[in-house]
Design a protein around this ligand. Structure first.
Ligand code: AHG
Ligand code: MN
Ligand code: MN
Length: 335
């Protein structure tokens, strides 16, 4: 049996390897993983821990917060604020940025997260997760500002997600491919279970919320129509469909066996570019998918090249198997 490689050992070895991960970033990733472990425990307790159901508060996106949205947000903040590795944090569940209180040392990194992704699945016992993205705070004499966060996704220095499903699995990139760790509950540690994840460039599986079909733009409708036409249609093959309604779970499936995930713009709310959030969902997932050989587009260009104008900016998302994402993007320019 090959030796078990813990997340700690993996990160230490990455640090040794040309200092790919500076010490502060290593600490940051350890702390995020520890927070995810604690969120995982809360998720697993479910009704026994009193964590199911909603609060009476709305987040900045206008969504009623679930109890677990709030708990996961607090766990991530409390775990990360005192270690000296961060300057500030931003979350889908908070209006503005959270600057590390000045009783703690300030670090050089910025952490962004969707503390609980797939909130509609919490109460029905379906996989949910946490998504995170790490940026370096730009150099400058002044303290940290919201402006410091508005960096395009290609400047991320680490990104990952933890999925709370039948197994709790942490998927991570620091720009050197994608690695996967599985939580060993008895040992209490994440153990490396897969390296160099690769998304096959072709697929016969797509993921989209079909109930929005009548609201889609023409290129998306064309792409899905052609998939649905199957072997007799222009694609000449049958397609399968999956929609979990937790981006973490849909992306996890795509990393495991390929596929394309779409949450495109639609005309339910025509002024919004999409439903998903650029900084907490599209950028980290887009980078992970690219690092695994896939592609991530908003239909017009690479998601990672978008220059954010605001923290909670939304975006149209199409990601996964490279040839399919390229085809869908080409339909956008053709029409
Ligand atoms: P969140 O729970 O963080 O608000 O994100 C939910 C997102 C994403 O995970 C998922 O792909 C999508 O919303 C599901 O939306 P629909 O309910 O419209 O299918
Ligand atoms: Mn989400
Ligand atoms: Mn969320």
């Amino acid at each position: 049996m090959p030796p078990r490689i813990s997340l700690t050992r993996y990160l230490v070895e990455q640090q040794r390897h040309d200092n790919r991960i500076p010490a502060q970033l290593r600490l940051l990733l350890e702390v995020v993983a520890r927070a995810c472990k604690s969120i995982s425990m809360a998720v697993n307790k479910g009704a026994l821990g009193g964590v199911l159901g909603s609060t009476e508060t709305e987040n900045v996106q206008g969504e009623i917060q679930k109890k677990l949205d709030v708990i996961a947000n607090e766990v991530l903040i409390e775990a990360n604020e005192w270690g000296g590795h961060l300057a500030a944090m931003a979350s889908e569940e908070m209006d503005g940025i959270y600057v590390v209180p000045n009783r703690y040392p300030q670090g050089e990194y910025l952490l962004l997260f969707d503390p609980l992704d797939g909130s509609s699945n919490i109460d029905v016992n379906v996989s949910i997760g946490t998504i995170f993205s790490v940026l370096r705070k730009p150099e400058g004499p002044s303290g940290v500002t919201l402006q410091d966060f508005l960096q395009p996704g290609h400047q991320q220095v680490a990104a990952g997600y933890c999925i709370y499903g039948p197994q709790t699995t942490l998927v991570l990139t620091v720009g050197a491919g994608v690695v996967m760790f599985t939580l060993d509950r008895e040992q209490g540690s994440f153990v490396l279970t897969q390296e160099s994840l690769q998304i096959p460039p072709d697929t016969r599986e797509f993921a989209i919320n079909m109930s929005n079909m009548r609201h889609w733009a023409a290129p998306v409708r064309r792409y899905v129509d052609e998939c649905l036409a199957g072997r007799e249609g222009p694609r000449g093959k049958d397609f399968n469909m999956r929609w979990i309604a937790s981006m973490v779970a849909d992306v996890h499936r795509i990393l495991t066996r390929g596929g394309i995930f779409m949450y495109p713009w639609d005309n339910r709310e025509p002024d919004k570019p999409g439903k998903l959030r650029l900084m907490y969902e599209a950028n980290p997932m887009g980078w992970i998918v690219e690092q695994a050989g896939g592609a991530a587009s908003d239909g017009l260009g690479r998601i990672l090249d978008i220059h954010p104008a605001s923290l909670h900016q939304r975006v149209s998302v199409m990601l996964g198997s490279r040839h399919e994402v390229e085809r869908l993007a080409a339909y956008h320019t053709a029409l």
